[in-house]
Design a protein around this ligand. Structure first.
Ligand code: HEC
Ligand code: HEC
Ligand code: HEC
Ligand code: HEC
Length: 317
């Protein structure tokens, strides 16, 4: 992996969003009316689309192996497949009017609704600002502008490790008390950003090579640490005034995450990890995690945390 290719992919790190207070929806910058759907992305991102098509996110509720009726009944949800039902927040493309491909977790569930950045983010321009077709013809200054504009329009890209992690975890931590306490919804302990994003099920790094390689080691370290930091932030918020089974499950996750962060800190010795660990509320942890993401936007070059990283054979393949 050449360093310049990597710099190119990471690009500009944009502004991050403020925290929300609503437990069931930890994302504040989500605009359901701006969802365009994966068919639009397919036009220019065929290989990425193929990976997604075969991924566990492209299941939705219509799949036979998905037994959702019991949970829905306990929650008093009559039609779990309706876009207004609670279930659609995490099992579908959040809040979008549901039909076909949007009744799944789709591209925009992770990259954010695209209406306002769809055009901008994929248009190359030369130094004079004229549209050009090839990446090689794009002027570096235009590239900066293109990514900055996409960032302003809310796009979540590889360069935004913090926001990517937050999108995954806002579903995977199942931040909804009633759903767990009353609905009996599963809430597993297992989510971990590196091994869950870089296995064959999810990984789509075609701009790093047509064979879709895993991200470089320095990036793997960042994904691992970022995943723990953001998980800690969200759990600090979620465990406030939590009760019942939910409280038990989420506090267990919080403790587990805290232990992992301590291990990370023992190896990395970074003041920002210390800040996350000493945070007394989610806002403080978020601030340190965002600063960490900017500091290591090119990845973590030191190999000290390598013994903590999940082994490649434990990735979700
Ligand atoms: C008209 C073509 C086109 C469409 C449609 C399109 N993209 Fe892109 N996309 C591009 C191009 C071109 C790039 C830049 C690739 C490069 O130069 O590395 C890109 C880059 C990206 C990146 C990486 C950005 C980065 O920081 O490197 C992501 C993520 C992405 N697109 C997601 C999407 C999603 C999600 C959709 C659908 C909602 C979509 N794209 C639709 C053309 C398109
Ligand atoms: C806050 C996010 C969220 C909401 C809301 C949500 N789910 Fe889930 N659900 C998940 C996640 C994430 C998983 C996968 C858990 C895992 O594998 O770690 C899941 C898994 C499940 C499973 C188990 C599927 C399997 O393959 O084992 C069922 C059944 C289910 N959900 C039903 C529902 C129903 C019905 C609703 C609405 C009443 C609902 N969920 C609302 C996030 C959510
Ligand atoms: C909109 C909510 C949502 C977002 C965002 C999301 N997921 Fe998921 N994910 C789910 C649900 C729901 C399932 C369970 C699918 C099922 O069983 O029907 C799932 C399943 C998975 C699985 C398969 C789990 C298994 O046991 O095999 C992996 C891996 C995964 N997600 C990784 C990720 C990663 C990595 C991210 C972020 C880059 C992410 N997810 C973002 C909702 C989401
Ligand atoms: C489960 C969440 C998730 C879904 C769904 C998802 N992506 Fe991504 N995508 C990611 C993550 C995470 C990365 C960055 C990995 C990294 O560099 O750390 C990424 C990176 C990318 C990139 C840049 C990297 C590259 O080499 O191409 C493009 C382009 C992209 N996604 C397009 C898409 C398109 C198009 C879809 C739908 C067909 C899609 N993504 C669906 C999470 C997701």
């Amino acid at each position: 992996m050449k360093a310049w290719v990597w710099c190119f992919i990471l690009g500009v790190v944009g502004a991050t969003s403020a925290a929300t207070s609503q437990a069931a929806n930890l994302l504040s910058d989500w605009q359901p009316s701006s969802v365009v759907g994966p068919a639009k992305c397919q036009k220019c991102h065929k290989p990425q689309y193929r990976v997604w098509e075969d991924s566990p996110h492209n299941i939705g509720f219509l799949d036979e192996e998905f037994d959702s009726e019991e949970i829905a009944e306990k929650m008093g949800v009559s039609d779990p497949e309706s876009s207004s039902a609670l279930c659609s927040q995490c099992h579908f493309t959040r809040g979008a009017k549901l039909h076909g491909e949007l009744a799944t977790v789709s591209c925009e569930s992770c990259h954010n609704p695209a209406k306002n950045w769809l055009e901008t983010h994929g248009t190359y321009r030369d130094a004079a600002g004229k549209k050009v077709n090839k990446k090689e013809q794009e002027a570096p200054v235009q590239r900066q502008k293109r990514l900055a504009a996409a960032d302003r329009a809310g796009m979540v890209r590889p360069g935004h490790a913090y926001r990517l992690a937050k999108n995954c975890l806002s579903c995977h931590l199942v931040p909804n008390q009633k759903l767990i306490n009353q609905g009996g919804h599963p809430s597993k302990l297992a989510f971990e950003l590196l091994s869950w994003s870089q296995g064959k099920q999810i990984r789509h790094n075609f701009s790093l090579g047509s064979h879709n390689p895993p991200v470089p080691k320095s990036r793997q370290r960042l994904l691992y640490v970022m995943g723990q930091m953001v998980q800690y932030e969200l759990l600090l918020k979620m465990t406030q005034s939590a009760t019942g089974k939910y409280a038990q499950v989420q506090k267990e996750k919080l403790q587990q995450t805290r232990n992992r962060l301590k291990q990370i800190q023992a190896k990395l010795g970074d003041p920002l990890v210390a800040k996350v660990l000493s945070a007394t509320n989610a806002g403080q942890a978020a601030q340190a995690a965002k600063t960490f993401a900017s500091k290591y936007s090119q990845g973590i070059s030191s190999s000290t945390v390598d013994s903590l990283l999940p082994a490649a054979n434990t990735y979700k393949n």
